[in-house]
Design a protein. Structure first.
Length: 589
């Protein structure tokens, strides 16, 4: 069973400019993964439709008709012009088309129609042209100024033009054509549906190049997609565009294996781990993952399933896990102490802000945990809050908030969670001892900054405020994800604080393996308070140390840490954890 107190693990991959960071929050662990190669090959190309118009004067009215020029007679009634209907090109004096005698037109009012944007700016522009005698060139100048408002802001296929019209009462009409996507064509998606991709683009009207690019980059962050390229071109109708998207799907099936000594020495610290995941099982963006770990004294298995429920990446997930552990550490081995546990959690997560540089998500979950202990095959209460049969049942409703801020050089991730224990589903209720009725708040943060290529600074913090908790919900200090240099879970308390600072300095690159070796000096600090049920009771834990982190290619990673405890704690045991050494090696494919 994954530790309920280690919501946060810091496995960091960071890449430089033009590459995007991906953050993933896992069940029971909050993992920040700052990822991967991204060069969104987006080519935005807009072709503006053009129309040919002719202006003719008839008594007090001027008629504008869309025709093909036929001659070059030097009169206002036959002047041939070539204005681009969505172009910002101005008439050039050298053009034969404009070598005409322009008769001023009395304009009382300029009426601009079809625009939903820039209304104050357009009103200000048109005021300068009203109640004046204007030439045709001046009207084109106004039209171009309106078009420029759009193109300067990235609306590449939007603009203004003079439609065919009969000018009466001095009112000139300028039509604005705000560009839209006429059709979206998607190629390369073998398993993902077209609807899954188009619904996540959610392009507004009029279309904007920056918006298209950002939506494509957000689409690239989707774990189901390896890469995406797009081309924007002219559509059939004026102001309409065609968007062609080429998608490279990520591998649907993934396997990860690892060896480490991160588990509690009481059940065997050396652990063998296997993880399987399959994406897009139902072709709806869903994911199923299975994990198994084995130690000398125990086995753990969990399975999770997550499915998106709307195009805004709202997700419902369910996780179930079971554990069976025997204490294999002397002098307790003869007692045949056995612990069995299981848990399940149903969770809903909804991003409320989802941008390339930041994300804010809210979530709600319900969890239930069950554990039971026995000694010499007889049920026996070994932990605080357990009933006479050694059983503990905890039901809790949790409200969490997650925020991620990304730049090209750094990532900040924050997580807050309020947990309310409830008397549901046969939850443990005691008169005095801790039980399923509790309230706790936990806040976590992580900040990573790239100083140079593969040269990182990493800061972490974890804080819990609560009282009267059973061990399943207590704050744990000690071990690789907390204060290194001490054995795992050396301190359990209702409330606690953990902080850590670490550098990752590249010292050796192996081009043949696409690998880098990093030196990682660190300092960790932990402070427990408000009661405790631990191996030893301590006021604080402090450690400094050095680590080696090696990555090769996209799949292999290995880490070795040596922590030097600065707080004197006497604990019996002969595992590597008591010596301050932790290691892990893993490969995913």
């Amino acid at each position: 069973m994954r530790s309920k107190n280690n919501y946060w693990s810091g496995y960091i991959l960071f890449v430089t400019q033009n590459k995007v960071c991906r953050s993933i929050f896992l069940s029971y662990k909050f993992s920040l993964v700052l990822v991967l190669s991204f060069t969104c090959n987006v080519v935005l190309r807009a072709t503006r439709a053009e129309a040919e118009t002719i202006f003719t004067a008839d008594n007090a009215a001027l008629t504008i008709k869309e025709v093909t020029p036929t001659d070059n007679k030097n009169s206002i009634t036959d002047a041939t012009l070539n204005p681009a209907s969505i172009s910002n090109e101005k008439p050039r004096e050298g053009d034969v088309s404009f070598q005409v005698q322009e008769r001023p037109i009395k304009v009382k009012k300029i009426k601009v129609v079809g625009n939903t944007l820039f209304k104050p700016e357009i009103t200000k522009l048109t005021k300068e042209y009203q109640n004046k005698s204007l030439t045709l060139t001046e009207l084109y100048k106004l039209r171009s100024a309106i078009s420029k408002l759009y193109t300067d802001k990235g609306y590449v296929n939007s603009g203004a033009y003079l439609p065919p019209q009969k000018i009466e009462d001095g009112i000139v009409k300028i039509q604005v054509l705000e560009g839209q996507i006429e059709t979206i064509e998607i190629t390369g998606n073998k398993h993902l549906s077209d609807r899954y991709i188009t619904s996540r683009l959610a392009l507004s009207t009029p279309i904007k190049t920056e918006q298209i690019l950002e939506r494509l980059q957000l689409l690239r962050l989707d774990p189901l997609i390896e890469n995406v390229a797009a081309e924007l071109s002219a559509g059939v109708a004026p102001g309409m565009s065609r968007l062609d998207i080429k998608v490279d799907e990520a591998d649907a099936f993934n396997i990860s294996t690892s060896l480490d000594n991160y588990k509690s020495p009481s059940v065997g610290s050396n652990s063998r781990n296997l993880g399987l995941s399959y994406n897009n099982l139902l072709q709806s963006g869903d994911e199923i993952n299975v994990n198994y770990s084995n130690t000398k004294g125990g086995d753990a298995f969990d399975i999770g399933y997550a499915i998106p429920v709307n195009a805004k990446n709202s997700q419902i997930s369910f996780t179930y896990g079971i554990n069976s552990n025997n204490v294999v550490e002397d002098p307790f081995t003869p007692l045949d102490i056995e612990t069995k546990s299981n848990f399940y959690e149903l969770s809903w997560r909804q991003p409320v802000i989802n941008q390339l540089t930041q994300e804010l998500a809210l979530g709600l979950s319900f969890s239930r945990q069950h554990s039971e202990t026995s000694v010499l095959d007889y049920p026996f209460p070994l932990s605080i809050g357990a009933d006479e049969a050694g059983k503990t049942n905890i039901s809790a409703i949790k409200f969490f908030q997650e925020y991620t801020k990304r730049t090209d050089k750094s990532v900040l991730a924050l997580r807050s969670q309020f947990s309310l224990g409830v008397d549901l589903f046969d939850a443990t209720i005691n008169n005095n001892a801790p039980d399923s009725r509790f309230f706790a708040w936990r806040g976590q943060s992580q900040w990573v900054r790239q100083l140079n290529e593969d040269f990182l600074v990493l800061l972490r913090a974890d804080l819990q405020l609560a009282n009267d908790l059973v061990p399943l919900e207590q704050f744990r200090i000690g071990g690789v994800n907390s204060v290194r240099g001490y054995r795992r879970d050396i301190s359990l308390s209702d409330s606690g604080l953990f902080t850590s600072a670490e550098l990752r300095i590249p010292v050796w690159r192996i081009a043949q393996l696409d690998g880098v070796l990093q030196l990682s000096p660190f300092i960790d600090f932990g402070l427990p308070w408000s009661g405790g049920d631990a191996i030893v009771n301590v006021d604080s834990l402090v450690a400094i140390g050095m680590g080696l982190n090696f990555k090769a290619g996209e799949g292999f990673n290995a880490r070795l840490d040596y922590g030097i405890p600065l707080t004197n704690v006497q604990v019996n045991g002969d595992s590597l954890q008591e010596a301050g050494v932790t290691f892990s090696t893993g490969y995913s494919f």
